[in-house]
Design a protein around this ligand. Structure first.
Ligand code: GLC
Length: 473
């Protein structure tokens, strides 16, 4: 079985969030199960030079996109037994950053077409094209319209995975022919709710549709979470399922992680205390008995930042300390800076992306807060569990599938159901009460660290899905 992944980002080359983590780690887990996997992504200019220097040139050709005829170079680099292909076009990808440009539709339509075209040139004949999020939504669409009937493509199946339905690739209908190069006859497939919607078209065009947790797959079929596409998910439910994300247990291992202050393990958690002390020291916070709450998140409302904004001062005054890392909307960034200025010894903030510091926060925090309004899967709570920072989460999407409240016997965290600040504070105070009983808290840490959210089980589910779509079972 040969699987070709297509995505706009992947660790360790270029990533802005959970999508990159999944595309960087799932192929490795599949390879360990004997499934051959390769990945295609754009050759962004921010890919570190030590990777670029070792890439080998494979070929180049031109990609036709409507009236455009664009250069496309292909480079390859092997990482963790997975081959990565990089699509080179300096006009589209040699920019400052990966996303947020005026011609996003054109950039990723070009990328999608390039992914399909390279199959003619590389020494890899995939059985399945596994596409991720809106950037690659045009792949199943172009596949059905322009490629399926060609000899080399006739047996290929397409899978489309939704990591976050809030990004749908929505544009005015006028890009149909001019930018996407599609005939007028495809208007019905591409149109939804008065505009062009790439994700809607991919949902219909793909052979199998997945998302990143079972609860989110149920939620997507409701108006509250479907972001306008709930009817589409219901219509396609015969081919739709949710498979929980995992994390790379080799990279995320407190026993060996070189980025944390002191290594520790589930059997011997004594090093965790030193991580906490050193984190407080590095962030210039008081090193006292008060619980350290870690937050590593994009600073946007749907991650629950508005709830945190409402209650942070009250929580600090009630004996919590906070270490916050992330970036996002100005209103939240300036709020955290302001709170740091007012409570410098109880509240530390780092605005931006900083992998080593994020690892130190996971290792040095007692509690990890994730009050998301919606969360397709969530990766941070899984890393927090692995490093023994007890998650306090809102019960939604993948958070619901991975965190069980301690009041139900052997829980691994604290949950609240209703999206409001009082309930979030309630869950934090329940955590704090338990934290004050040292021996019980240590048992909780050990239990959290022993939960298995590696890729092992979920990668097996993908293997079953691949077998299913190929008619092998
Ligand atoms: C998106 C989702 C997040 C998920 C990640 C990887 O970033 O918001 O919940 O874990 O994709 O699938």
């Amino acid at each position: 079985m040969k699987i070709l992944f297509a995505a706009s980002e992947a660790t360790p080359f270029a990533a802005s969030g959970g999508l990159g983590d999944v595309v960087g780690s799932l192929p490795k887990a599949l390879a360990q199960k004997g499934v051959s996997c390769r990945v295609v992504m754009p050759l962004y200019s921010n890919i570190p030079s030590h990777f670029r220097e070792k890439m080998s040139y494979i070929c180049h050709f031109n990609v036709v996109l409507g009236w455009r005829n664009q250069y496309c170079g292909v480079y390859q680099y092997n990482h963790d037994k997975v081959g990565f292909y990089f699509i080179d076009n300096e006009y589209y990808f040699k920019r400052d950053g990966m996303y947020g440009f005026y011609d996003e539709a054109e950039r990723f339509a070009f990328f999608s077409k390039a992914v399909l075209d390279i199959i003619e040139y590389i020494d890899y004949q995939p059985d399945i094209l596994h596409c991720h999020d809106w950037h690659t939504a045009m792949i199943p669409v172009y596949f059905n319209i322009f490629y399926k009937h060609k000899e080399k493509y006739s047996k290929i199946k397409t899978i489309f995975t939704i990591h976050n339905v809030e990004y749908q690739g929505k544009y005015g209908m006028e890009i149909l022919q001019d930018v996407l190069g599609l005939p007028e006859s495809e208007k019905g497939l591409m149109q939804y709710d008065g505009c062009l919607n790439m994700v809607k078209a991919a949902i219909e065009a793909c052979d199998k549709l997945t998302t990143v947790s079972p609860t989110y797959s149920d939620q997507l079929q409701t108006p509250l979470f479907g972001c306008g596409l709930d009817r589409e998910f219901i219509n396609q439910r015969h081919k739709f399922c949710g498979i929980l994300n995992g994390i790379d247990y080799e990279i995320n291992d407190p026993k060996t992680d070189p980025l944390i202050y002191k290594n520790y393990s589930c059997q011997d958690i004594s090093g965790k205390d030193e991580n906490r002390k050193k984190l407080c020291l590095e962030m210039d916070m008081s090193d006292d008995y008060r619980p350290v709450v870690g937050i590593v998140s994009r600073m946007v409302a749907h991650k629950g930042m508005d709830l945190i904004k409402l209650s942070l001062e009250h929580l600090i005054c009630s004996g919590f300390k906070f270490v916050v890392l992330g970036s996002g909307e100005y209103v939240f960034e300036s709020f955290f800076n302001d709170m740091h200025n007012r409570y410098p010894r109880q509240m530390a903030v780092y605005i931006g992306y900083n992998k080593p510091l994020s690892k130190k926060i996971y290792a040095g925090s007692d509690i990890f807060l994730m009050p998301s309004q919606s969360e397709p899967c969530g990766i941070s709570q899984l890393i927090a569990l692995r490093y023994g920072a007890i998650p306090v989460v809102r019960e939604t999407g993948g958070l619901k599938d991975t965190i069980t409240d301690c009041s139900f016997g052997r829980g691994n965290g604290f949950c609240f159901e209703k999206y409001n600040a009082d309930d979030m504070c309630g869950a934090l105070f329940r955590a704090k009460n338990l934290y004050e009983s040292r021996a019980v808290w240590e048992l909780l840490i050990k239990h959290a660290m022993s939960c298995d959210f590696s890729w092992n089980e979920s990668a097996t589910k993908y293997v079953f899905l691949y077998q299913d779509v190929l008619g092998l079972k």
